[in-house]
Design a protein around this ligand. Structure first.
Ligand SMILES: [Mn+2]
Length: 445
């Protein structure tokens, strides 16, 4: 496993690569600097409590200080060393603010500031010289300079290709998540409630709930069919099946991992998971530079129809069910998404750096990841197969009801559903690195 010193070296390379990319962005505009605000803490209405703070992904892409309120980063045309402004004021109420990992400060010029007036002296004095990326216009920029789309589109576009540092962060995020996934599985097998399983997960990765890159999805039995089951049950149930979708953040970069388990290894549901697992790996192998995520999505629907046929849920052929769109009842989401410091990384439907959007695929208009795969990108691959009562009800009321073997549907309903999700790096040499399977394999040894 890579140590922190090596990670600091990678971070230095990341900073210089990002600086060059952002200077190229500036070169295509009239701006001479980009300033990114981490954000400020938000107080709840009619209360004196702050919401948990997380710096936005534009900032996290540069600096692993997700918890440090009031930080700013400045990238200029005329300097190869980005400036990091850290708010430093006396505060007796809170613990000392988060600091950079050792060695990470080397490529940055770090400036402590106490007031925004002080900070503004360092900014471009040119009218309209600063492109300011921030949730709130804390620096009172003119409207055209605050989140200019010509800049944010270019940032989102360049982000597709991950630096070695970013890949390493997601790799570590996978390694940190796997012991937590194992702990959650053990808790499920011991009959724990969903909330107890989530607690086992957090203990397994040594994180707090607020440090999760997204809310833990832990569905026991029928709850496996709720795509984003966050409202975790406190009741213990007789275990049949378990779907867990949870990651870990490393330096602000996420892993996004889903596994599904059957309590009884001899059950039809266990066999269904096994077939889905093989199918998921076939879909992973279909990725690569220049490959279309839309084509893979279409293929995944055909494969889900084949699985439904194999398990006698369909009375018609897989091809007919696919053509009629019946697979969407059992698999109502996309095959995957870009992964980075956004769990659903931005830019997946951009045709170019100018911000033109790719047309939505005709058959799957909601699909957002249309852009062809590029070198050094990180994708999730997460086919699913669910028994969702509301969608099944609609199918049963519709013209294709006779094409379904409803007694088989009844057999599977108590098990909820299946999703299997891995994180894949598309390497420049054409190879695919499965960060998730590698991490699961390493922990078994
Ligand atoms: Mn995902």
């Amino acid at each position: 496993m890579i140590d922190k010193a090596d990670q600091a070296t990678l971070y230095g390379q990341h900073l210089s690569e990002k600086t060059h990319r952002f200077q190229a962005i500036l070169g295509a505009t009239e701006f001479d600097e980009i300033v990114i605000a981490a954000g400020d803490s938000k107080i709840q209405f009619a209360d004196d409590m702050a919401y948990p703070f997380v710096a936005n992904p534009y900032f996290r892409e540069w600096v692993p200080l997700g918890k440090r309120v009031g930080s700013y980063l400045q990238i200029s045309l005329n300097s190869d060393r980005p400036r990091l402004f850290l708010l430093t004021v006396e505060d007796i109420w809170h613990t000392a603010p988060q600091s950079l990992p050792v060695g990470f400060e080397q490529g940055l010029e770090i400036i402590e500031y106490a007031s925004l007036d002080e900070l503004k002296k360092y900014l471009s004095q040119k009218q309209d010289g600063t492109a300011f990326i921030a949730e709130t216009n804390s620096l009172n920029m003119v409207q055209e300079c605050w989140n200019p789309q010509a800049v944010t589109d270019q940032i989102d576009y360049q982000r597709r290709a991950k630096t070695a540092y970013e890949q390493d962060c997601v790799r570590q995020a996978n390694r940190l998540a796997v012991p937590a996934h194992r702990a959650a599985y053990k808790a499920f097998m011991a009959g724990a409630s969903e909330l107890e399983i989530a607690a086992a997960y957090l203990r397994g990765c040594g994180c707090s709930e607020h440090e999760m890159p997204y809310g833990i999805i832990a569905g026991v039995n029928e709850h496996g069919a709720v795509l984003h089951h966050h409202n975790l049950d406190k009741q213990r149930r007789t275990p049949r099946s378990f779907l867990i979708d949870a990651g870990v953040a490393e330096n602000g970069y996420a892993s996004d991992i889903t596994r599904t388990y059957a309590y009884d290894p001899g059950s039809d549901f266990a066999a269904l998971i096994e077939v889905m697992d093989v199918m998921q790996q076939q879909l992973v192998a279909g990725g690569g530079i220049g490959k279309s995520p839309v084509d893979l999505h279409v293929l995944s629907h055909l494969k889900v129809a084949e699985v439904l046929r194999q398990f006698d849920v369909l009375k018609v052929s897989a091809e007919e069910a696919f053509d009629l769109g019946i697979s969407a009842t059992f698999y109502p989401h996309g095959l995957g998404h870009h992964l980075g410091c956004n769990v659903h990384d931005r830019g997946s439907n951009l045709a170019n750096a100018q911000g033109d959007l790719l047309p939505a695929p005709e058959k799957y208009p909601k699909l957002r990841s249309g852009a062809l795969m590029v070198a050094n990108q990180i994708h999730t691959v997460e086919p699913g197969l669910y028994f969702i009562p509301a969608l099944l009800h609609r199918l049963r009321q519709g013209e294709f009801a006779s094409k379904i073997n409803w007694s088989r549907v009844e057999d599977f309903l108590p098990f909820g559903g299946i999703r299997i999700e891995d994180n894949i790096v598309v390497h420049r040499d054409g190879s695919l690195e499965n960060l998730t399977r590698d991490a699961f394999r390493d922990i078994k040894q």
